[in-house]
Design a protein around this ligand. Structure first.
Ligand code: SAH
Length: 228
C-alpha cells in the first residue's frame, strides 16, 4: 500500500493491483481453480456497487446493492463458480438471482453463454447497465421468478443459485445437461443453525440420478417467490 491509503484518495482501489491482491487472498483461502481466479481478476467489482461503497469493493465482504439485497462476497462467488465448473469447459450456465450482475460477469468470462434471471425488475435493469458498461455481451437477462419453471427451453452445464433456498427448486433440475451441476445455498436443517445460514450444496445430474453433496457454510439473502 502506498503512503496515501485508499481511505484518503480512493486512488488505487479500482486498480489492477488491488484486484491481483484480492485474487492472492482467494488463493490463500483455498480457491484452487485458476480459470475462476483469472475470471475474478478480470472483472472490476467496484463497477457493481454504488460509488460510495466502491472503496470497499475489494474487501471480502458482501455489500448492499439496494432493495434489501447484497452483492455476494468474492470468496463465495469464486467458490460457487469453482464448484459449478468442476474443471470443465462450460458452454452455457444459468444463474438464479442476478442482483447487480457481479457473479453474472464472472460467469460470462468462463461460459460461452450465460442466462440469468432476477425477480426484482429494478435490480435487473441495474445489472444490465453494469454488464453493458463492461461490454459483456454473452449474457441473456430475464425478469423472472427463478424458484419456478422459467418457461424456457434451456440445457445448461451449470446452474448457480445465488439466494438461500429451503429446498431444491426441482423445476430447475430439468435444465441441467447430463453431467451438469447445480450449486445452491440450502438451509442447514437440523444443525441448530440460524435460519439465515445455509450450506453450499452441489447437485449433479449423474447417470444414476441426481447426486447431492453438502459443503461450506454460507449466508445468503432468501430465495423468494413472485416478481417485484
Ligand atoms: N448474484 C448476485 C447476488 C445477488 S443477491 C451477486 O453476484 O452479487 C441474490 C439475488 O437473488 C437478489 O437480487 C434477489 O432479488 C434475487 N432473488 C431472490 N429470489 C429470487 C427468485 N425466486 N428468482 C430470481 N431472483 C431471485
Amino acid at each position: 500500500m502506498g503512503t496515501l491509503g485508499p481511505g484518503h484518495t480512493g486512488i488505487g482501489m479500482t486498480s489492477d493491483r488491488t484486484r491481483a491482491r484480492m485474487v492472492d487472498r482467494l488463493r490463500a483461502d483455498g480457491i484452487r481453480d485458476e480459470v475462476v481466479l483469472a475470471a475474478i481478476r478480470a472483472v472490476p467489482r467496484h463497477i457493481f456497487v454504488d460509488e460510495a461503497l466502491a472503496i470497499r469493493a475489494y474487501e471480502n465482504s458482501p455489500l448492499p446493492i439496494g432493495h434489501g439485497q447484497t452483492i455476494s462476497q468474492p470468496w463465495v462467488v469464486a467458490r460457487m463458480t469453482e464448484l459449478a465448473r468442476h474443471g470443465r469447459t462450460l458452454e452455457s450456465a444459468l444463474e438464479i438471482g442476478t442482483g447487480c450482475g457481479y457473479q453474472t460477469a464472472v460467469l460470462a468470462q468462463i461460459a460461452e453463454r450465460v442466462y440469468t434471471v432476477e425477480r426484482i425488475g429494478a435490480l435487473l435493469a441495474k445489472a444490465r447497465r453494469h454488464l453493458s458498461s463492461l461490454k459483456i455481451r454473452n449474457v441473456a437477462l430475464k425478469h423472472a421468478d427463478g424458484s419456478n419453471d422459467l418457461g424456457e427451453d434451456l440445457a445448461v452445464d451449470a446452474i448457480i443459485v445465488t439466494a438461500g433456498a429451503t429446498h431444491v427448486p426441482t423445476k430447475l433440475l430439468r435444465y441441467l445437461k447430463p453431467g451438469g451441476r447445480m450449486v445452491i445455498p440450502l438451509a442447514a436443517h437440523g444443525e441448530g443453525a440460524e435460519p439465515s445460514t445455509q450450506r453450499l450444496t452441489v447437485i449433479e445430474a449423474a447417470p444414476s440420478g441426481f447426486r447431492e453433496e453438502t459443503l461450506d457454510a454460507v449466508r445468503f439473502v432468501p430465495l423468494l417467490s413472485g416478481l417485484a
